[in-house]
Write a protein that binds this ligand. Structure first.
Ligand SMILES: *Cc1c(COP(=O)(O)O)cnc(C)c1O
Length: 457
C-alpha cells in the first residue's frame, strides 16, 4: 500500500546524521586550493591555522575524507532544533493548481532564524576546544552574527562582530539580539582597525560592505591574543557543516520513497545550497543518480550567471586567502536599493567547481519577483520567508507552474533557509510599491572584473 505523505516529514532524533558529508571527496576534479595572498602559493595548514581554529583549518584543506564525525557536544546542541522538518507544500500546490509535488526543508526554526546556526555551533565548539578566548567575524544583514553570538554564549566564548554599517543602522533589532547573547557589535568600517581607518579615509561616509567587514574582522583576530576569525559562508568547512541539511533531506525523502527531480537553493556565498545539494551531488558524481540542481541568485549580484571563474580576493582588504571562484570582483558592491540579501561578490569554491562541471545550473531573479513569490508562499504556507530564501521559492513556483503546462508530476525540493521577521523594511518597500529592480550594466561588471588579480594556475 502506498503510504500517504504527511505535511511534515520529521525524522526521529536518533535519525539525525552522526557524520557530516564532504562532497569534495567524491569530486574527481577538486576545487582549486586556497592561495596565500602574499605568495600566491597554496596555503598551508600552519598558515591557515593562524587565521582559523586548527581543526577548522584542517577541515578546510581536507578534500579527500568523505565523512567526518559530528562531535557529541555539537549533536547535543543540534538536538534543540534539529532534525528540521521537510514540509510537503500541499497548500502551495493547491494554490498553484500544479501536478508537481513541492517539498521544502525548513531551517528557520531557531532563534537566529536561519541555517547559519548549523555551522556557527560547530565553529564555536572547535574554538572552545582549542582553548581560545573568543572569535571575530563580520555580518551583513545580521543572521550570521546572530547565529554566532548564540553559539558563543552557549560555549562561553567572547564574540566580536563587525556589522556592515548600513545594516547596523537599518537593522537595530538584529543588532540587539546579538547584544542580548553577549556579542560586541561594531559598525564597519570602524576606526578600530587599520583597514577600517584606511577605508574610512578613502571613502568618507561609506556605509560599508561585506568584503570590508571581513577585512576588519580578520585583522581584529590576528591582532588579539587567543582570538581566531570565523566565517559564516563561502568556505568549504561551512559547506561541510551545512551538509546536515542535505543529509536530513535525503533521509526524509527516502523514508517515503520519494525521488527528487529538482533541487533548488538560493545562493549567496553558497553554504546552504552546497549543504543541501552535497549528498545528492555526491550521488551524481559517483554515477548513482541524476538530479536537476538549480542555484538561484539575485540579478543585482549575479556571481554565477554573469561572473568570471578566477582566483579572487574574498575581502576588499585583501587579507584573506585567494579563492578560485565565480566572482564579480571583490570591488563589486551591489546597488544600495537591493534588499534581498545574497550580496556577496563571490561564491563557494566547491559550488563554483560543481557549477563549472555542469552538475548544477544557475538562474538570476529580480527582487520584485522574489518578494511577489514570498508573498504567495507566506499567504498559503503560513511561514514568513526570509528574502534570501524567497529566491528559491520564486524558482520553485516557476517550475511548478511549468509542470501545470506540461502535466508533469515532478518532485521539486527547495531549501527554505530562514524566516523574514527582521526584514520588514524590505517587505514594507515591496508592499508600498516602492521596490525597484536593479541589474548592473556590463560596463559596471567590467570595471570590477578589471580589478581581479591575474593569477597563473
Ligand atoms: C545567509 C543566508 C543565506 C545565504 O547564504 P548562503 O551561504 O548562500 O547559504 C540564505 N538564506 C538565509 C536565511 C541566510 O541567512
Amino acid at each position: 500500500m502506498k503510504q500517504e505523505i504527511p505535511y511534515k516529514i520529521y525524522l526521529e532524533e536518533q535519525e539525525m546524521p552522526k557524520q557530516w558529508y564532504n562532497v569534495r571527496a567524491d569530486m574527481k576534479k577538486k576545487p582549486s586550493p586556497l592561495l596565500n595572498p602574499a605568495t600566491s602559493k597554496p596555503i598551508t595548514l600552519k598558515e591557515l591555522s593562524g587565521i582559523f581554529c586548527e581543526e577548522l583549518a584542517r577541515q578546510e584543506l581536507d578534500d579527500s575524507t568523505p565523512y567526518l564525525d559530528i562531535p557529541d557536544e555539537i549533536r547535543d546542541f543540534y538536538r534543540m532544533y534539529r532534525p528540521s522538518p521537510l514540509v510537503r507544500a500541499y497548500c502551495l500546490e493547491k494554490k498553484l493548481d500544479t501536478p508537481a509535488h513541492i517539498y521544502y526543508k525548513f531551517e528557520g526554526n531557531n532563534t537566529s532564524g536561519s541555517h547559519k546556526l548549523n555551522s556557527a555551533i560547530a565553529q564555536a565548539y572547535y574554538a572552545k576546544k582549542q582553548g581560545l578566548k573568543g572569535v571575530t567575524t563580520e555580518t551583513g544583514a545580521g543572521q550570521w552574527g546572530t547565529a554566532l553570538s548564540m553559539a558563543c554564549s552557549y560555549f562561553g566564548l567572547d564574540c566580536q562582530v563587525y556589522m556592515v554599517k548600513c545594516s547596523y543602522e537599518q537593522k537595530p533589532f538584529r543588532r540587539e539580539v546579538m547584544r542580548t547573547y553577549g556579542a560586541k557589535v561594531t559598525p564597519s568600517p570602524s576606526m578600530n582597525t587599520e583597514v577600517g581607518r584606511k577605508i574610512n579615509a578613502e571613502f568618507p561616509g561609506t556605509t560599508g560592505s561585506l568584503g570590508c567587514a571581513i577585512s576588519e574582522a580578520v585583522e581584529a583576530a590576528m591582532t588579539q591574543e587567543g582570538y581566531r576569525y570565523v566565517l559564516g559562508s563561502v568556505l568549504a568547512q561551512v559547506l561541510l557543516h551545512q551538509s546536515v541539511i542535505g543529509l536530513e533531506t535525503k533521509a526524509a525523502l527516502e523514508k517515503y520513497g520519494i525521488k527528487a527531480d529538482m533541487i533548488i537553493g538560493c545562493a549567496g556565498g553558497g553554504s546552504n545550497l552546497g549543504g543541501l545539494i552535497s549528498p545528492f551531488a555526491g550521488e551524481m558524481l559517483r554515477g548513482e543518480a541524476d538530479y536537476e540542481i538549480v542555484a538561484v541568485e539575485p540579478a543585482s549580484c549575479p556571481s554565477l550567471t554573469r561572473g568570471v571563474y578566477a582566483y579572487d580576493f574574498c575581502d576588499t582588504g585583501k587579507v584573506c586567502p585567494l579563492s578560485k571562484m565565480y566572482t564579480l570582483g571583490s570591488s563589486f558592491i551591489p546597488s544600495a536599493n537591493h534588499a534581498g540579501g545574497l550580496r556577496y561578490h563571490g561564491m563557494s569554491a566547491t559550488v563554483s567547481e560543481l557549477y563549472d562541471q555542469e552538475l548544477l545550473t544557475a538562474r538570476s531573479v529580480e527582487q520584485t519577483e522574489v518578494f511577489k513569490a514570498a508573498q504567495i508562499f507566506a499567504r498559503v504556507e503560513g511561514i514568513l520567508p526570509a528574502p534570501e530564501s524567497s529566491h528559491a521559492i520564486k524558482v520553485a513556483i516557476d517550475e511548478a507552474v511549468k509542470c501545470k503546462e506540461t502535466g508533469e508530476a515532478k518532485n521539486i525540493v527547495f531549501g527554505l533557509t530562514g524566516t523574514g521577521y527582521f526584514d520588514m523594511v524590505a517587505y514594507q518597500k515591496y508592499n508600498d510599491g516602492e521596490m525597484r529592480d536593479y541589474i548592473p550594466s556590463d560596463e559596471e561588471l567590467k570595471a570590477a572584473f578589471a580589478k581581479i588579480p591575474k593569477i597563473k594556475e
